[in-house]
Design a protein around this ligand. Structure first.
Ligand code: ZN
Length: 204
């Protein structure tokens, strides 16, 4: 009864104002989107546990979350491979070339957990490029032409603050600008990664 009443009230309230209505639908769609990904992550996590037993589990979303938290709080350092990466791009705006396919999306999450800034991974035909951004952005202006011409693809970037990474409008604008269909964003808190396209509600 309470719910029916609350629902009726809500409907009346929403129908009064189109703007609120649009916003409500927008929020519902966004919530569903997040829910689907959370459930997916959980299912994948369980699958890893089932197949892996305890000694064979390579990585699961949950264990990555724990190790990211350890790095973020300073209780653990980076492994040698990742520390070497960071040593080559210690400051915001720094970038460096690495061997092709030597950097993975999850490396970005660990680097972000360590220093708090976003990192981006660009991939060419012969090399990986690691870019050290700031707390909110990766300003890739120096690579704009090469990205537009397809010399590099923007494989992904990391977000420091969100448990579940949400691509910003700016992130989508970058894809539009460089004419790329999709890229990934990974959370430095949980290791959850999602792909995103140029438009907000496009099905990839
Ligand atoms: Zn972003």
């Amino acid at each position: 009864m309470f719910y029916t009443h609350a629902y009726a009230k809500t409907v009346v309230f929403f129908s009064k104002n189109l703007e609120i209505q649009v916003f409500a639908w927008y929020s519902i769609v966004e919530l569903l989107y997040i829910l689907v990904h959370e459930v997916k992550a959980l299912l994948e996590d369980d699958k890893t546990a089932d197949i892996g037993g305890d000694s064979l589990t390579l990585s699961s979303t949950r264990s990555m979350k724990v190790s990211l938290e350890a790095v973020r709080s300073g209780n653990a350092g980076l492994d040698a491979h990742r520390q070497k990466m960071l040593d080559r791009v210690p400051e915001t705006g720094d970038w460096a070339k690495f061997q092709l396919n030597s950097i993975e999306l999850k490396d970005l999450a660990y680097l972000t957990a360590r220093v708090g800034d976003e990192f981006a991974l660009l991939r060419g035909k012969h090399e990986d490029i690691l870019f050290h951004g700031d707390k909110l952005n990766c300003r890739l202006a120096a690579f704009e032409n090469d990205l537009k011409m397809g010399k590099y693809t923007l494989e992904g970037h990391s977000h420091p603050g969100e448990e579940y990474p949400v691509p910003s409008d700016g992130d989508r604008d970058v894809l539009k600008k460089i004419g790329q269909k999709k890229s990934f964003v990974i959370s430095a808190r949980t290791g959850i990664a999602v792909d995103f396209g140029q438009d907000k509600f496009e099905i990839l």
